[in-house]
Design a protein around this ligand. Structure first.
Ligand SMILES: NC(=O)c1ccc[n+]([C@@H]2O[C@H](COP(=O)([O-])OP(=O)(O)OC[C@H]3O[C@@H](n4cnc5c(N)ncnc54)[C@H](OP(=O)(O)O)[C@@H]3O)[C@@H](O)[C@H]2O)c1
Length: 269
């Protein structure tokens, strides 16, 4: 099976075997033109402005890519009868009613969450062969080695910076490679609608951060400021985004390792 990837930048390292298409998907017609050129047999739509702060600072750009491009992907996918996944996020919820089931009402607190919530509705309203998969907070290796949340944390701690970790924000974090494998399993299913994929443990941001720093050999030296999400500036942060993911678990063949074990094996920053 051939694989093609897209981005605005050059092909990231490690993806030499994939065909690579450079495009700005936020520009009108680009998603349609790209799909006409590539003619994939299935699609996982990941592109987004996924940084919460960036979405607050540049809301027009966030709406254009996170929702506008999805509307176009949905239309083009329907036309070509394409099986596709819209990758979504636990941040479509406000964190006050965990654990969240796939059918629970959306209640985003941030611009990012709101753009992704609209994207879900656009994907589902198209009536095509679309599956929305909400994934949790990701950690793990990125192609460039400094892009993921866990890599940024380790690099900041290595530079001697104080790192801020919330003791009262709960997630079901998942390794990015495991998330990708799960998405491929779900792409191969014929399920439409919404599914949740969750990591194997419910951890606070503080607990996850400590596991990452421990795996990188940075404890007890790292300077950690344990704090409350309520003290953080910017949009309110959800308290508990635990995802109930039993249905997707039946369809996923790949194994999710406990967080500590996964980090011990894979942390390469
Ligand atoms: N990371 C998480 O914890 C997490 C959790 C839940 C859901 N998600 C979802 O997972 C997906 C990927 O998130 P991520 O964390 O991997 O984000 P990321 O590291 O910022 O990657 C975003 C991707 O989108 C591409 N992109 C951005 N703007 C683009 C544009 N205008 N045109 C074409 N491509 C563009 C980027 O390519 P270039 O770099 O080349 O621009 C990059 O490949 C998103 O849909 C996000 O909502 C992420």
């Amino acid at each position: 099976m051939g694989v093609a990837g897209t981005g605005r930048s050059e092909r990231p390292p490690g993806l030499e075997k994939a065909a690579w298409f450079r495009t700005d998907l936020a520009l009108p017609s680009q998603p349609t033109l790209l799909l006409r050129e590539v003619r994939p047999s299935a699609l996982v739509h990941c592109a987004a402005i996924a940084d919460i702060g960036a979405c607050e600072e540049e809301p027009c750009a966030a709406w254009a890519l996170n929702a506008g491009a999805v509307a176009e992907v949905a239309r083009a996918a329907l036309e070509s009868r394409l099986r596709w996944i819209q990758v979504s996020t636990d941040l479509v919820f406000d964190g006050s009613r965990a654990p969240y089931r796939p059918g629970d009402p959306r209640s985003p607190l941030s611009t990012y969450g709101a753009t992704k919530a609209l994207a879900e509705r656009l994907a589902l309203a198209s009536g095509g062969d679309a599956l929305v998969v909400r994934i949790p907070l990701l950690f793990g290796a990125s192609p460039t080695g400094g892009r993921s949340a866990s890599e940024k944390l380790v690099l900041a701690a290595r530079r001697g910076e104080e790192v801020v970790l919330f003791r009262d924000e709960w997630r079901t974090p998942l390794d990015a490679g495991e998330a990708a494998a799960a998405l491929l399993d779900l792409l191969a299913s014929d399920r439409t609608g919404i599914l949740h994929v969750a990591g194997p443990e419910r951890l606070s941001r503080l607990e996850l951060g400590r596991e990452i720093l421990r795996a990188a050999g940075l404890l007890p030296k790292a300077r950690i400021r344990e704090t409350s999400r309520l003290e953080h500036p910017g949009p309110p942060r959800p308290e508990d985004l635990t995802l109930e993911a039993s249905e997707a678990a039946q369809l996923i063949r790949c194994e999710f390792l406990p967080v500590q074990e996964r980090l011990a094996r894979d942390l390469r920053v």
